[in-house]
Design a protein around this ligand. Structure first.
Ligand SMILES: Cc1cc2nc3c(=O)[nH]c(=O)nc-3n(C[C@H](O)[C@H](O)[C@H](O)COP(=O)(O)OP(=O)(O)OC[C@H]3O[C@@H](n4cnc5c(N)ncnc54)[C@H](O)[C@@H]3O)c2cc1C
Ligand SMILES: Cc1cc2nc3c(=O)[nH]c(=O)nc-3n(C[C@H](O)[C@H](O)[C@H](O)COP(=O)(O)O)c2cc1C
Length: 519
């Protein structure tokens, strides 16, 4: 949609004034020499007006604090990038304010002259919970956004069919309401470093300082595999391991709801054989590490492609992407615990992250791990009753909340959990029974899909307990859901909408009383 003429002319006050003056003088018909001079001046001014040296270059550096950074984040990555952006701008002397999208009012968006959006996409092309209310209000408001200059950094993953769906929708809507994009939207596929560098350059143009250093991923910390046990021996599903990790550096801090990012590794055997076939000594030392150890952390292409690479090119292969796991313990446990299910790749081999943690890493092995704060799944005040709903390894995120709340007596907690068979798949049964016996768990509802002919899942247990759930919510309870998105997360949401009404559930999400950690 074309932007209004006034928007295009705003950055050019001098040539615009000259053109208007020329037009006025010509209208008054002064002496010929004066008219000629004015026409020449007007022509030059018009040339200036028409000449646009490329959109990016025409962006004026921002000097005052009229810059707002708004983020939409489900798992904390967009929040982290928004905060990094604010720091880069601050280093260049430009102050900014950072907010979630839900904290903004579409009707007053133009109050901030310049708005930077850092937004991820969640579910199937949906807005994260801390942006969903904003999107609904934006679509309903028909606000005139001419006067707003904005840009969008859209985070996503191209393996999803609605790649960067929310970022794209947001960009289209702002543009259709008269907002002026400062730059073209950037779609970032799985935090691609090149696209993030492009974003940093845009920040450089906004701040007038391009002497920034590239954002490096937060370095992994050093942890030790201190324990591993299978929680569901004999299960008809894939094994789930209880992993216990101890920090080797200083004490680590996190809250229930936070995410552990693990640096996965290829199993050593196949990489060692590959290096030998390629004629390299796997044990040769490079900066204190063996070539084998280095290659185990890298994205290794097919063998034919590898034959073309010399040792420098091998060392330049990109790092494997991290894998994310919901933390299942609290710092007071003196260990970071995870519940990891073995995943399989299309060829039947073990997934890289789950394979490394569940099988390949030997006892005591060093594990590369960093913690990502995930405020979108942090818990409510202890006085707020909490309903925890999940399936499978979703028990991890729910258990962390139960452990965190156990530190302060008097909280009210209700767990609804689903898996396949009671005999094999009730993870951490002893702990749950103890909590039930001492009253830390006021209620425990379990659903095992394969213990009877009719499939019964956690959403069915929730539906059957609907009356009680409405009572808890009326008493101020918050709801946290953790586990698989397809199947469990969506079905639970449908039941909640049926019990509480869509508007009420949306309002709870906007207030942080309905939170999800789904994958
Ligand atoms: C917020 C969050 C929390 C999570 N918490 C947990 C948890 O508590 N416990 C848990 O067990 N898991 C959790 N997960 C899932 C976990 O992060 C991993 O996705 C899972 O362990 C599988 O990873 P992997 O490396 O073992 O498998 P991968 O090697 O990544 O393979 C997994 C699947 O992806 C496919 N695949 C891999 N690479 C590609 C590619 N390039 N193109 C197309 N397909 C590909 C494979 O075929 C396979 O089916 C969580 C995920 C998120 C986002
Ligand atoms: C459950 C789930 C659903 C997702 N759905 C999409 C999607 O539909 N489209 C997309 O481009 N990315 C999708 N993603 C990828 C995220 O947008 C991407 O990982 C992003 O970096 C997450 O940022 P956040 O931590 O700030 O939420 C999804 C990720 C998860 C875990």
């Amino acid at each position: 949609m074309p932007t209004p003429l006034a928007t295009h002319l705003r950055p050019y006050p001098f040539p615009l004034a000259c053109v208007l003056l020329a037009a006025a003088l010509l209208h008054w018909q002064p002496p010929r020499e004066v008219s000629a001079a004015v026409v020449v001046l007007g022509y030059l001014a018009l040339c200036l007006l028409v000449w646009r040296p490329g959109r990016a270059k025409s962006v004026e550096a921002t000097k005052s604090s009229d810059l707002l950074i708004a983020f939409a984040s489900q798992g904390g990555q967009a929040r982290e990038l928004a905060e990094r952006s604010a720091r880069q701008l601050a280093d260049a002397g430009v102050s900014s304010t950072t907010r979630t999208l839900n904290e903004l009012d579409p009707a007053t968006l133009t109050d901030a002259r310049r708005l930077l959006f850092v937004v991820s996409t969640y579910g199937e092309g949906e807005a994260p919970d801390n942006a969903a209310r904003f999107e609904r209000r934006l679509l309903a408001s028909h606000a005139d956004l001419s006067g707003l200059q904005y840009t969008v950094l859209a985070l996503g993953d191209s393996q999803y069919s609605h790649y960067c769906g929310f970022g794209r929708r947001l960009d289209d809507t702002l543009r259709s309401r008269g907002g002026e994009p400062l730059f073209d939207r950037l779609d970032v596929d799985r935090l691609d470093a090149g696209t993030l560098r492009h974003w940093q350059q845009q920040l450089g143009q906004l701040s007038g300082h391009n002497d920034f250093s590239d954002w490096q991923p937060v370095p992994y910390g050093n942890w030790r595999l201190a324990g591993r046990s299978v929680l569901n021996p004999g299960s008809s599903g894939a094994p789930v391991c209880h992993i216990r990790l101890e920090p080797l550096d200083e004490a680590a801090h996190w809250r229930a709801g936070d995410i552990a990012e693990i640096g996965p590794r290829h199993p050593r055997g196949p990489i060692e054989e590959l290096l030998r076939r390629l004629g390299h000594d796997p044990q040769q030392r490079i900066a204190g590490e063996s070539l084998l150890d280095i290659l185990c952390t890298r994205r290794v292409p097919a063998e034919e492609a590898l034959r073309e690479l010399d040792i420098d090119a091998l060392l330049a292969l990109p790092q494997l992407a991290h894998r994310e796991y919901s933390i299942a313990s609290v710092p007071a446990d003196d260990a970071l615990e995870l519940l990891v299910r073995e995943a399989r790749q299309a060829d039947g081999s073990l997934g890289l992250g789950s394979g490394w943690l569940c099988r390949h890493a030997p006892a005591g092995a060093p594990i590369a791990l960093r913690i990502r704060s995930n405020p979108g799944f942090h818990g409510p005040a202890v006085a707020t009753p909490l309903v925890l709903i999940g399936n499978g390894t979703g028990m991890a995120g729910l258990r962390a909340h139960l452990r965190e709340r156990a530190a302060t007596p008097g909280s009210r907690n209700w767990l609804l959990f689903g898996e396949r068979n009671a005999a094999q798949d009730l993870f951490l049964a002893e702990e749950l029974q103890q909590w039930l016996a001492c009253g830390h768990l006021q209620r425990l509802d379990l659903a095992f899909s394969r213990d009877q002919t009719d499939k019964r899942y956690v959403q069915h247990a929730l539906r059957d307990a609907g009356e009680e759930l409405c009572k808890w919510v009326a008493e101020g309870a918050a709801i946290h859901v953790c586990g698989s998105l397809s199947g469990m997360g969506q079905a639970v949401q449908q039941i909640l909408v049926g019990l509480l009404g869509e508007a009420h559930l949306n309002e709870m999400a906007a207030q942080g009383r309905y939170r999800q950690d789904l994958y």
